[in-house]
Design a protein around this ligand. Structure first.
Ligand code: ZN
Length: 373
């Protein structure tokens, strides 16, 4: 991607026109949140807080390279202008083999070009994730897997990517019909990715639904694709974090986990132990006790004290979907939830002390993703 097309701080070679792509079949795995429980829809006021959303999905339609990413990008910019979103980091959702054709960053980077300064992008959700899942299912990682994975990852960065995303290690689908997805977070290919990210000084955006101890699947998540028992997975996650301290890992969807185990207390514990861990906050749905905002729309004290203790470790990752008007299916449903996520994010930022709002809303994102101002 040419540097004028995004807001990368450092120029990258303009190799973005090459579209090698993988011809892996995939099923789009939704990473969107469940619908928030309360739905006060107010028009967004103007003259307001500006923020950066580091977790945005742009969907132009199904297919290896989407047909109408430009329509999705137009929708994104219109919403960003209205909501005060200065910049957005776009990435493909995590996808798996076996369903509709996956897509990766190639499907949308050309559509971002008309909007210099508004977008950066991550890649790998449509290619690296399926590769890693394939290796995971075979049990272990052959040298050939590692080599192929490394080549793919390195190639993407040469095209101007700001990091890898959305990469998943444990993903609970929240809509029926989508597969359950789980590999150990310390899978050799994820360790390899951490090394590559560290070497190139870029982030990994990681979807990882934490399970602190073995638990039965909550009834509301019951589906044929989800296992009846979820196994504890935090130890592997901590091994990934400790593997390479120079790898900046942004753990996506803080404040809206589906299982109820990602508490403010767990966040504090992990942030203290792992200096390379960051979290992106999603003002979506989830188990009520872990939401950042209470029913009155105020920030809960346990989260506020966490933000004060770690003011430089949080960013906003709304998980907003922007789609072509032609899209049908889950992406369209997720896009319908984005206005409420924007509204709740603005509410959240307005309730933070101004210095924290500046850091969490903008400055941390600029530093972590090396964005230009
Ligand atoms: Zn996700």
């Amino acid at each position: 991607m040419p540097r004028e097309g995004v807001f990368r701080a450092r120029p990258r070679p303009a190799l973005w026109r090459s579209l090698p792509g993988l011809v892996l079949l995939g099923i789009l795995v939704s990473c969107a949140s469940a619908p928030p429980r309360e739905a006060p829809r107010q028009p967004v006021a103007s003259g307001r807080i500006e923020w950066i959303d580091v977790h945005v999905h742009l969907v132009g339609g199904r297919g290896p390279w989407a047909e109408d990413s430009s329509g999705a990008a137009r929708a994104a910019v219109a919403a960003m202008d209205e909501a005060g979103i200065r910049q957005a980091v776009v990435m493909p959702p995590p996808q798996v083999r076996g369903g509709p054709p996956p897509y990766d960053y190639e499907s949308f980077i050309a559509a971002l070009k008309p909007y210099p300064g508004r977008f950066a992008f991550l890649g790998g959700g449509g290619t690296l994730s399926p590769l890693r899942q394939e290796a995971g299912q075979r049990g272990g990682s052959a040298e050939e897997d590692v080599r192929r994975f490394g080549e793919k990852a390195g190639g993407f960065l040469r095209e101007g990517g700001a990091g890898f995303g959305e990469i998943s290690a444990h993903h609970l689908p929240l809509m029926s019909g989508h597969p359950y997805e789980s590999v150990p977070a310390d899978h050799p290919l994820l360790l390899r990715l951490a090394d590559i990210a560290a070497r190139h000084d870029v982030v990994i955006d990681l979807h990882f639904d934490p399970v602190t101890e073995d638990m039965g699947l909550p009834g509301r998540l019951a589906s044929p694709s989800n296992p009846p028992v979820l196994r504890a997975n935090l130890a592997a996650f901590e091994r990934l974090l400790a593997h390479n301290r120079k790898a900046r890992i942004v753990w996506a969807h803080a404040g809206s986990d589906p299982l109820g185990q990602w508490t403010a207390a767990l966040s504090r514990e992990l942030l203290r132990r792992h200096p390379n861990l960051h979290m992106s906050l999603r003002m979506g749905g989830g188990v009520p006790q872990n939401l950042v905002l209470d029913a009155a729309g105020e920030i809960k004290p346990e989260w506020l004290s966490l933000f004060r203790e770690f003011p430089d470790r949080f960013v906003i990752g709304g998980d907003q979907f922007f789609v072509t008007p032609q899209l049908r299916g889950p992406g369209l449903i997720f896009a319908g939830r984005a206005p409420l996520i924007r509204e709740r994010t603005r509410r959240f930022l307005s309730r933070l002390p101004p210095d924290l709002a500046g850091q969490i809303g903008r400055e941390n994102a600029i530093r972590l993703y090396r964005l230009t101002r």
